[in-house]
Write a protein that binds this ligand. Structure first.
Ligand SMILES: [Ca+2]
Ligand SMILES: [Ca+2]
Ligand SMILES: [Ca+2]
Ligand SMILES: [Ca+2]
Length: 438
């Protein structure tokens, strides 16, 4: 995004150079520079455009010197020389058969356009230009607020939708019954709303059951608080057992006017997902990496086809997608932006298991001796339950009384379970005798 002014200045220089070499062969659609000027057209951001030169109107300053001699009857002759320099916008007429139009350069042909230019053409976009803007996405980062929970919520570990990974939040589905809503919010965003063109929600979805075809209708809606806005987007897919990216909306989709109703950059903005199996599928479905992309910015490097998405990224030594320190503005591919640290909230950038919203438990301490793996500043303790009484009245040895062990994070404890074989009585186990911390 920072090179465009330079390119414009460069193009202005080339325009002048082209005008100075009127007999060169046409280089229409080819690259041009100061030593390879265009003739039949103009050199616009490094490419010759046919008819783009025009006559132009410029503002110039001229200086003239004249000498005159008068004789006899007062007739005079004068000669004057003037030099003028001017810059014009080229608003003059186009060559016959061509019209001036507004086009959008895509000089690196990566499908994302730079700022609009005017050029003469037969109506079709000049080479490496497009008729309509194709804007790059800005990654809105991962959700950090999970509004599910409570007895009515059947989404498990909703916080696991926070990153591009495979830890997955999951839901137990019943045929033809919509799942409860998975509501996610807290996306990071600093894009001016007035440039927004479209919004896309991407999720990684997977079928947990490897045997039954998973025909699932998925509906994604945008939220203002807990209220849906605009129009939901839906799709029907056979879900695979491997994570598959499912996209809703797109670069030109304002979700039925939702984008003008609420900015994705305000805290009340959220995304709601509801899954409904349409066949006989009765098992779990996974969702991961709920990601929001906003479309509305120009190609941040129209000279590099591998970069088009502006992003502010943070140093992330352990590659857990959470960084530290001050952010750096850069221009990346969309995939590169998605796989970069877009937040600087990693509490331990030397430990890839420690990051915000971590939901896994670990029974070894971090390097600082803490068990704070979710970066909330506290050693949360998983409460293990130790059986104190068992009964096989139901035919299975089950726990009928227990005690919670909640203060021995990381320590070995005498955890007792009700065994599936042998005498039905509390029995010490060595398999889960260390209290995990998270
Ligand atoms: Ca481009
Ligand atoms: Ca580019
Ligand atoms: Ca990190
Ligand atoms: Ca970390």
């Amino acid at each position: 995004m920072y090179i465009r002014p330079v390119l414009r200045a460069f193009a202005s220089l080339l325009l002048a150079a082209a005008a100075a070499c009127p007999l060169q062969p046409s280089l229409d659609g080819k690259q041009c520079d100061a030593t390879h000027p265009c003739v039949a057209g103009s050199c616009i951001e490094g490419v010759c455009l046919a008819g783009g030169e025009g006559e132009g109107e410029g503002e110039g300053e001229g200086e003239g010197e004249g000498e005159g001699e008068g004789e006899g009857e007062g007739e005079g002759e004068g000669e004057g020389e003037g030099e003028g320099e001017g810059e014009g916008e080229g608003e003059g007429d186009c060559p016959d058969g061509q019209v001036r139009g507004t086009f959008y350069p895509d000089l690196d042909d990566d499908g994302v356009t730079a700022a609009a230019v005017e050029a003469c053409s037969d109506g079709a976009p000049p080479p490496l230009h497009r008729a309509t803007p194709q804007r790059a996405p800005v990654v809105l980062s991962w959700p950090t607020v999970f509004n599910g929970g409570g007895p009515a919520d059947d989404w498990m570990a909703p916080q696991d939708a926070d990153r591009l990974d495979t830890d997955d939040t999951h839901v137990d589905l019943d045929p033809s019954e919509p799942s409860n809503a998975l509501d996610l919010g807290g996306f990071a965003c600093d894009l001016p709303v007035d440039v927004l063109r479209g919004l896309e929600v991407r999720v990684l979805g997977a079928n947990v059951d490897g045997t039954t075809p998973a025909n699932i209708d998925a509906a994604v809606a945008l939220l203002d608080g807990s209220v849906t806005i605009g129009a939901a987007r839906t799709r029907s897919d056979v879900w695979l057992t491997s994570d598959t990216e499912l996209a809703f909306g797109g670069p030109e989709d304002d979700w039925g006017g939702a984008l003008t109703a609420v900015s994705p950059c305000v805290p009340s903005f959220g995304v709601r997902t509801v899954l409904t199996p349409t066949g006989s599928f009765t098992d779990d479905a996974n969702l991961d990496a709920v990601l929001v992309l906003l479309y509305g910015v120009d190609d941040c490097d129209d000279g590099d086809a591998s970069a088009s998405t502006p992003a502010v990224v943070y140093t992330d030594l352990d590659r857990d997608l959470y960084g530290t320190g001050g952010g750096q503005s850069t221009c990346l591919s969309l995939d590169g932006a998605m796989r970069s640290a877009l937040r600087n909230t990693d509490c331990d950038d030397a430990d890839m298991d420690a990051f915000p919203f971590q939901s896994s438990s670990y029974d070894t301490a971090r390097s600082d001796g803490s068990y704070d793996y979710d970066c909330d500043g506290a050693d949360e303790v998983d409460t293990l339950t130790s059986a104190t009484a068992c009964s096989n009245a139901s035919g299975t040895c089950t726990r009928t009384a227990s005690v919670q062990l909640g203060s021995a994070c990381g320590q070995v404890v005498d955890l007792q379970v009700c065994p599936s074989s042998g005498p039905c009585q509390p029995t010490s186990t060595t398999a889960t005798d260390r209290v995990p911390c998270n």
